[in-house]
Design a protein around this ligand. Structure first.
Ligand code: NDP
Length: 245
């Protein structure tokens, strides 16, 4: 029996590489994102792209209900959608900061709330939550992103303790520097500090590190994370967290 998998943030980067790999391995993959036009290749490969803005409770309900109606179950939920808003903590508008937590943490929670009752019923399932190496290691000008990923670590550890009795596994994924669109967004966000600002010294240091780690060849290919997830799904007793890339 093919496992049924729902992946969020599957229109680019890590999520798309993971979706492609799992489709190729024969899983039934529902790939969610807002940009449907970026998922035609997943459809061509045999996957099922679905419009899913993870901040929309209507989208979440309709996607989960449709999968359950069609497949009868969701075996794996991979919460991968995420983004970062960068800048000094005394400078980032709190509405922007709230949006980071909304997408990275609360959307993850909303999906879990919809999917867990179905997993609990069959006493089986795997939830993979994408955190980051940045959930544990912190750099300046990234407070809101790092804060949201740190929250995912604690949230997921509690979830694992709650769901163990139902044979539902909770695994945290902690990618390092991966070459995706995410990194250009980070640099874009920090641009305002590039010259004559209170944070220009830090900017030069941080952007230098990002470039060395990503655009200048230090980044791992998203397929590294796809391979890690594939390994997790084949492991009977997965570890609590996987650092990769
Ligand atoms: P990308 O920017 O390439 O992909 C991000 C994905 O998230 C896109 O598919 C995007 O889809 C989706 N997304 C963003 N906002 C929403 C939303 N509101 N609703 C639905 N989907 C959304 O970045 P990555 O592949 O690098 O990032 C994937 C995950 O990996 C993120 O959680 C990121 O924090 C994490 N990560 C990345 C690292 C890296 O170095 N790249 C390192 C550590 C962790 P769409 O816009 O179409 O909706």
């Amino acid at each position: 029996m093919n496992k049924v998998i729902l992946i969020t943030g599957a229109s680019s980067g890590i999520g798309k590489a993971g979706a492609l790999k799992l489709i190729q391995e024969g899983y039934t993959v529902y790939a969610g994102a807002r940009r449907m036009d970026r998922m035609q290749d997943l459809k061509d490969a045999g996957g099922f792209p679905v419009r899913l803005d993870v901040t929309s409770s209507e989208d979440i309900k309709s996607v989960v209900d449709n999968i359950i109606a069609k497949e009868g179950r969701i075996d794996v939920l991979w919460n991968n959608a995420g983004f970062g808003c960068y800048g000094a903590i005394d400078d980032v508008p709190l509405d922007d900061a709230r949006r980071v937590f909304e997408v990275n943490l609360f959307s993850m929670a909303a999906l879990i709330q919809m999917v867990v009752p179905h997993m609990r019923k069959v006493k089986s399932g795997t939830i993979i939550n994408t955190s980051s190496m940045g959930g544990k290691v912190y750099v300046p000008l990234g407070g809101w992103y790092h804060g949201s990923k740190h929250a995912i670590e604690g949230f997921s550890d509690c979830l694992r303790l709650e769901l163990k009795q139902f044979n539902i596994k909770v695994v945290i994924l902690e990618p390092g520097a991966i070459g995706t669109e995410f990194n250009t967004v980070v640099e874009e966000g920090l641009k305002k500090y590039s010259d004559k600002s209170a944070y220009t010294g830090l900017y030069k240091k941080i952007v230098g590190n990002i470039r060395r780690g990503t655009t200048e060849g230090g980044a791992s290919h998203p397929s590294v994370i796809a391979d890690t997830v594939s390994k997790i799904l084949k492991t009977k007793k997965p570890k609590t967290r996987y650092a990769a890339g």
